[in-house]
Design a protein around this ligand. Structure first.
Ligand code: NDP
Length: 242
């Protein structure tokens, strides 16, 4: 069977890079998006059917242009994984308001932008899947996570709304909410106290976090279900995480 086009945002590290490797092994044509394309180009992939584009997901026009370029080569998008995200921990009374804006812009507007780039065609073709990456912090609260949690609770709300709107067109909108994992995510937090509290919290659970490969495999499992089956929401975390 001909493999269909998969788009992954935030493919330059962490979960997105693992997803790219997994779907690449299956031979899917892919559009891989991130701002640091050098890092995407360093991944161990067969690049013969992979388009790599430097796109800031907060920029709708640039996102749409990349999608248009990829679909002109590989045909319509069958799966879009809105994975790009940023987490900047801290108490809101100490935090620079630009950190909130960064999280809202990337984690919420970036996901809306991604969905808008593909939904018209998916509805017209009566097929397609969108998987939005949220977080366990999109389902329960944690200290130092106020703005991040707001952005990720938002991902669940917008995804469920759109799911109901497009389900009749046979388009799947799914949410995948992972727990803590070792990626670059934490490295952007500027608040040292929040960082050390996060580290203590992790140690209180035995220091164990998810391996990103399990997140990638779960996304693939959700996608691989027949089109008439929607695993609407998955919450996956290390067994010892609370
Ligand atoms: P990483 O920091 O390793 O990866 C984040 C990715 O997002 C990078 O590839 C980065 O690429 C990309 N990105 C960030 N901002 C933008 C932007 N404006 N435009 C385009 N790409 C952007 O973190 P993870 O792999 O951990 O995170 C992936 C997703 O998983 C995020 O949505 C995160 O919130 C979520 N998540 C992570 C958890 C964890 O513990 N790691 C737990 C729960 C959810 P570049 O910098 O090259 O643009």
């Amino acid at each position: 069977m001909t493999k269909k086009l998969i788009v992954i945002t935030g493919a330059s590290s962490g979960f997105g890079a693992e997803m790219a490797k997994l779907f690449n092994k299956e031979g899917h044509p892919m559009l891989l998006i991130g701002r640091r394309i050098d890092k995407i180009k360093e991944l161990a992939l067969d690049f013969s059917n992979v388009l790599v584009k430097s796109v800031d997901v907060t920029n709708y026009e640039a996102f749409q242009a990349a999608i248009d370029e990829a679909t002109a080569i590989y045909g319509p998008v069958d799966l879009l994984v809105n994975n790009a995200g940023v987490m900047l921990l801290g108490n809101i009374w100490n935090q620079d308001i630009n950190e909130w804006k960064n999280m809202m812009d990337t984690n919420v507007l970036g996901v809306l932008n991604g969905m808008k780039t593909v939904l018209d065609t998916m509805k017209e073709n009566q097929t397609g899947t969108i998987i939005n990456i949220s977080s366990i912090a999109g389902r329960k609260t944690f200290g130092n996570h106020a703005a991040y949690a707001a952005s990720k609770f938002g991902v669940h709300a917008l995804s469920e709304t759109v799911r109901e709107e497009v389900s009749g067109d046979n388009v799947r909108v799914l949410v995948m909410a992972p727990g803590a994992a070792e990626t670059e995510l934490l490295t952007h937090t500027t608040d040292d106290k929040a960082l050390s509290e996060y580290e203590q919290w992790k140690q209180s659970m035995g220091g164990l976090t998810l391996d990103p490969i399990h997140v990638a495999k779960t996304v693939k499992y959700m996608y691989d279900m027949p089109q008439e089956v929607s695993i609407r929401e998955v919450l996956i975390a290390a067994t010892k995480q609370n």
